[in-house]
Design a protein around this ligand. Structure first.
Ligand code: SAH
Length: 232
């Protein structure tokens, strides 16, 4: 998978994309990161990328022409073009799964008040929001999108089985985890996890998943119940 990132702050991505699992996946050739500076596509002397909004209002808007050139230079027939936007579709595990099947993603990082609408109209396949809050720049969102997608690419995780049982699979949040020691400051690991009875362990985990989902995310819990009723 190739990730092309169009940003005003290329240096932002250096450490996160070369550390940990992500760095290892890039070294193994599972994915390639191609970070491009939008400013290098400007043609005026001041390398200007933003301008005042028509109609007034506070803040600046990313100008279309440097972005047009940057996108034309980055895209080919296999490229899905994403824009980070607080007003985009909310990123979910399901959307991440769909994106993981693409050959090439180009992520445009918005800044200031956002980008000129004509960039979206001409090029953008999907506007993605990472949550109902406003960030100062699309770079943070781009990293979240990349991470959520990357870990679904076969070979990224050493233990791909762990993907099957994770939060949001089957609309449930994950059960609690414990490791050694068995007791710390008189807090003991639940006995069932140490009993070795796999049936009982699965049952306990499922019960906990349901309990946690119901308490923390009633919206997901409703979806879970609905899928049970429909026998999905
Ligand atoms: N005026 C915009 C917010 C601009 S924030 C609005 O009201 O929607 C600056 C940039 O940060 C945006 O262009 C976008 O690329 C990014 N951004 C902010 N919040 C985001 C979110 N929740 N998800 C994804 N990107 C976000």
């Amino acid at each position: 998978m190739i990730f092309k990132i169009l940003t005003l702050f290329p240096e932002f991505f250096k450490s996160p994309l070369s550390s940990g699992l992500m760095g290892r996946a890039a070294e193994k050739g599972l994915m390639k990161f191609d970070i491009r500076d939008i400013r290098s596509y400007t043609e005026d002397r001041h390398n200007r990328c933003d301008d005042y909004p028509y109609g007034g209002g506070s803040g600046m808007v990313l100008m279309p022409d440097p972005l047009f050139r940057a996108i034309e230079d980055a895209k080919n027939d296999d490229t899905r073009i994403l824009l980070t936007a607080a007003s985009g579709r909310l990123l979910t595990q399901e959307i991440a799964g769909g994106l993981a099947a693409e050959k090439e993603l180009c992520i445009i990082c918005g800044h200031y008040e956002g980008v000129d609408q004509r960039v979206i109209d001409r090029y953008v396949d999907l506007e993605v929001s990472i949550g109902d809050y406003v960030l100062s720049g699309g770079e943070y969102a781009a990293l979240v999108i990349i991470d959520a997608v990357a870990r679904l690419i076969p070979g990224f995780m050493s233990n791909s089985e762990s993907l099957v049982e994770e939060s949001f699979e089957k609309s449930l949040l994950e059960y609690p985890h414990y490791t050694r020691p068995p007791v710390i400051d008189d807090m003991a690991v639940p006995g069932v996890l140490m009993g070795g009875n796999h049936g009982e362990i699965s049952e306990w985990r499922m019960k906990k998943s349901i309990e946690i989902t119901k308490r923390v995310r009633p919206d997901l819990y409703k979806r879970y119940i609905k899928s049970k009723i429909l026998g999905e």
